[in-house]
Design a protein around this ligand. Structure first.
Ligand SMILES: Cc1cc2nc3c(=O)[nH]c(=O)nc-3n(C[C@H](O)[C@H](O)[C@H](O)COP(=O)(O)O)c2cc1C
Length: 411
């Protein structure tokens, strides 16, 4: 090997230094390359009760673990020698465009995770050209979210309460504020057993105990935000002090049936999507009822534990009702690869819950932007690597679902 002394002009290109980023938040967010990275940052910055409320699921958290595992257990089958210089990640969903095949799922108590709450989610969604869903248990009012996202798409998620008149008053307000879709969540006849919340003594709003104060010391930013912004309250409900499970069980109506759904359908002028579908038979029945979409979901594993895995249910449901209504999916999505896999198996659209909340907890609005950017980059790259230029070109043959778990007998 012949050696030589390095010359100055050889060294110069190697000595380019990146301009330092001044903002600690920007640096923190830029260092996150995956949603899992955002989760780690979120955990460091959020009080334990609020983080666990978001991160946790019901009982043994098996539904959530299985849903994530099902996405990990896919095999992508690339098609080679295609021109993928341009990829188009947009698609029409419920009668209007979305720039990406995912939207933001409805989540309650969002300002408890980080003070910017729903406004961060709605404005980030608008900037990315994707829908934002506001929960009945949101901590920002229907009208304030609409004002923050005047040109974007807002969806309103309805929980049917025992007091029907008050539930329908919310629906009416959402229609008047221009929300284009009503998401009717049907998997909460009673609250799931969120054991982390019980163990943490989680209450809404958080209470100051010696334990929460000790937990606050390494997380000053969260507490400063919490104590210097509007007190945490539900935007659509009266004040509540107690546990989340007690709230759900007091307010929510366990008698809701298909007849009520048909009645709700009549009251709403826009599109209706039913969230929390978990069997092919219910999907069929909803298609016959005439709703516009269903969301295959087990509520991010927060309700019935050991529930069906939405991603595994998807191919059968898409085959059975995919031509009658739109099939959407959530639960367990932690990457753009998961979203591409769902679309390949027949999901018209997906929703992300925790993936965006981890971003919110890691850094407010810029954190949500970062979560969307990470997912967008992963969707685009995976499409290119699979050899597809549009979402419509994605087909089941692109993604094999590998089976770790299989039923012992058909049900
Ligand atoms: C903290 C949290 C709060 C939630 N609150 C609601 C809610 O108020 N209404 C609802 O329909 N779903 C709610 N969900 C469920 C989400 O809409 C969605 O189904 C779920 O988060 C999807 O799973 P993922 O978190 O793995 O993406 C909530 C989920 C989380 C994580």
């Amino acid at each position: 090997m012949k050696r030589q002394l390095p010359k100055r002009h050889d060294l110069a290109p190697l000595l380019t230094f990146r301009r330092p980023t001044l903002s600690a938040r920007e640096r923190r967010l830029a260092s996150a390359l995956t949603i899992e990275d955002l989760r780690r940052i979120a955990r460091r910055r959020t009080p334990r009760a609020a983080f666990d409320y978001t991160d946790g699921a019901a009982d043994g958290e098996v539904s959530l673990a299985r849903a994530r595992e099902a996405f990990a257990d896919v095999q992508f089958n690339p098609v080679i020698l295609r021109d993928v210089s341009h990829v188009d990640t947009s698609r029409d969903v419920l009668g209007a465009p979305s720039a990406l095949p995912f939207g933001i799922a409805p989540t309650g108590f969002t300002r408890m995770m980080q003070a910017e709450g729903e406004i961060a989610g709605a404005t980030a969604a608008a900037a990315a050209g994707i829908p934002f869903s506001l929960s009945t248990l949101g901590t920002t009012s229907i009208e304030d979210v609409a004002a923050a996202n005047p040109h974007g798409r807002n969806w309103f998620q309805l929980y049917m309460w025992k007091d029907r008149e008050r539930s329908m008053a919310l629906v009416d307000r959402a229609a008047r504020a221009g929300y284009d879709t009503l998401l009717v969540t049907v998997d909460v006849p009673v609250a799931g057993a969120r054991l982390r919340d019980v163990r943490n003594g989680m209450t809404i709003p958080p209470t100051l105990t010696p334990r929460t104060i000790a937990d606050a010391i390494p997380r000053p930013a969260w507490w400063i935000n919490f104590l210097t912004t509007e007190p945490l309250a539900f935007a659509s409900l009266d004040a509540w002090s107690g546990t989340v499970a007690d709230l759900l069980d007091t307010m929510f109506d366990p008698t809701v049936t298909y007849e009520d759904l048909a009645w709700i359908r009549e009251q709403w002028p826009g599109k209706v999507s039913v969230k929390g579908v978990q069997t092919v038979a219910d999907a069929r029945r909803l298609a016959d009822t005439g709703v516009d979409a269903i969301v295959l979901s087990n509520h991010g594993g927060r309700q019935l534990d050991r529930a069906p895995i939405p991603f595994h249910l998807l191919p059968q449901v898409a085959k059975e009702v995919g031509s009658d209504l739109e099939v959407h999916l959530d639960t367990g999505i932690m990457s753009g690869q998961d979203i591409v896999a769902a679309v390949a198996h027949g999901a018209r659209f997906t929703l992300v819950g925790r993936a965006y909340l981890y971003g919110l907890m890691a850094g407010g609005r810029p954190g949500v932007d970062r979560a969307i950017e990470i997912l967008r980059g992963q969707v685009e790259r995976t499409m290119r690597l699979l050899g597809v230029g549009t979402l419509d070109e994605l087909e089941p043959h692109h993604v094999t679902q590998l089976a770790r778990l299989a039923p012992r007998s058909p049900f």
